[in-house]
Design a protein around this ligand. Sequence first.
Ligand code: DX5
Ligand code: ZN
Length: 223
Amino acid sequence: MSRVVRIAPSVLSTDLGRLADQLAAAKAGGADWLHVDVMDGRFVPNLTFGAPLIKALRKLSDLPLDVHLMVVEPERYIAEYADLGCRVFTFHPEATVHVQRHLAAVRERGMAAGLALNPSTPVTVVEEVVADLDLLLIMSVNPGFGGQKYLPGSNDKLRRARGLLDRARSTATLEVDGGIAADTIQGAWRAGADTFVAGQAVFGQADPAAAIRTLRRACAEEA
Ligand code: DX5
Ligand code: ZN
């Protein structure tokens, strides 16, 4: 299969005390993007980081920043994050009202526009805005924390998401986030995902660079 495989290690699972080293290891392992989980303690029951860390990441790494906003009213950050040099701006339709307007604003600011869906949100939510989408992120855990188990219904949901994008002739990226590891990535790849967020499976390992290579290899292998 010639479909692209993108690995996006999640900064949430780094040891911030060794951030520079961990980012260098991700780069050495061939990471494609850095995934940045912004949480506000309201949309999800956890509080992480925002602009100051994004600034530091920009300085420490030349990898594209794939920012995932788990915050209410994510539109408040579009202009600021564009100015900080983020490549992808993904938000949850469950967290705001005027989704189409915000997707257009993200593109206008020169970023790729992404929508992320909680496990309980049907994929059909994106039907009316598929032309405005550059990326669809299927959450394979309930968002809030790294290191959770891949929810079993996720591959079926990815297949339905892939079908929806294909029928609309959309070339949007199909990303999956949560519980991706050596034993779950192949199923997600077969279900149609092309971009894989991995936190614990990369930065929770002794050798993050080798861990990235292992994940990528699992997509190419036919079991
Ligand atoms: C979960 C976050 C994820 C998280 C994934 O709420 O959106 O991006 O970092 O971590 P793992 O890969 O450890 O499940
Ligand atoms: Zn995420």
